[in-house]
Design a protein around this ligand. Structure first.
Ligand SMILES: Cc1cc2nc3c(=O)[nH]c(=O)nc-3n(C[C@H](O)[C@H](O)[C@H](O)COP(=O)(O)O)c2cc1C
Length: 191
């Protein structure tokens, strides 16, 4: 049986961001776990414009090639771990924009969130993001919050620590546990 596809999505897009370093840390743990085929998806590379589809994504009647490409990427995944920064007590705009482009492509898939920020550790970003994912019927498998002042990115490398590594592994275990059941639900809806 093929392994579930887990996409680690880098939410931040600005030059000089630390998002890719933190995503790489989670990606390496996910690959080492061996339960998944792991893909790294960088919203800076996906490079979506501000949402510009005339129809609601529920219709899946996409006009633009960038939307069709994004839909193909998200469709093939069984699970996502969003790696997001906290900006102004919330999550960043590029993440919301990328989510809003699609609808059914997100449904009944497993989700984890890795969030980071100052002393608030990205907690407020996660709290703001959770209801959006509930609206899209994603199954929540946990979170890791990272206080950058005490666990920084050094020379482009994020190494985590025992607590963060344990949190990441707990997300991966939960995703591996629920992914087959969620696939059964998606298959039932499709038939
Ligand atoms: C526009 C902006 C707003 C920010 N607001 C917050 C905030 O409200 N809380 C916080 O803990 N950190 C905040 N930060 C700090 C970021 O979490 C930190 O700079 C982090 O590196 C941003 O992620 P990125 O480097 O991947 O873009 C903010 C940073 C930016 C650029």
């Amino acid at each position: 049986m093929p392994k579930p596809i887990l996409q680690v999505i880098i939410g931040s897009t600005r030059p000089g961001r630390v998002g890719p370093s933190i995503a790489r840390w989670f990606y390496d743990l996910a690959v080492a776990d061996r339960s998944f085929d792991v893909e790294l998806v960088d919203l800076a590379e996906v490079n979506l414009p501000l949402f510009d589809e005339p129809k609601h994504p529920r219709f899946k009647s996409y006009e633009h090639e960038h939307t069709k490409d994004w839909a193909r990427t998200v469709s093939r995944a069984d699970a996502f771990v969003f790696v997001i920064p906290e900006y102004n007590h919330s999550y960043n705009a590029a993440t919301k924009n990328a989510i809003d482009y699609l609808h059914y492509e997100w449904n009944y898939k497993a989700l984890g969130i890795v969030s980071y920020g100052g002393m608030a550790m990205g907690v407020r970003a996660i709290q703001a993001l959770k209801p959006i994912f509930m609206a899209l019927r994603l199954f929540y498998c946990g979170e890791v919050t990272i206080p950058l002042p005490s666990v920084p990115v050094v020379d482009g490398v994020f190494s985590g620590n025992d607590v963060l590594n344990a949190g990441a592994k707990a997300i991966l275990k939960e995703i591996a546990d629920v992914a087959p059941s969620l696939k059964t639900i998606r298959d039932a809806h499709a038939s």
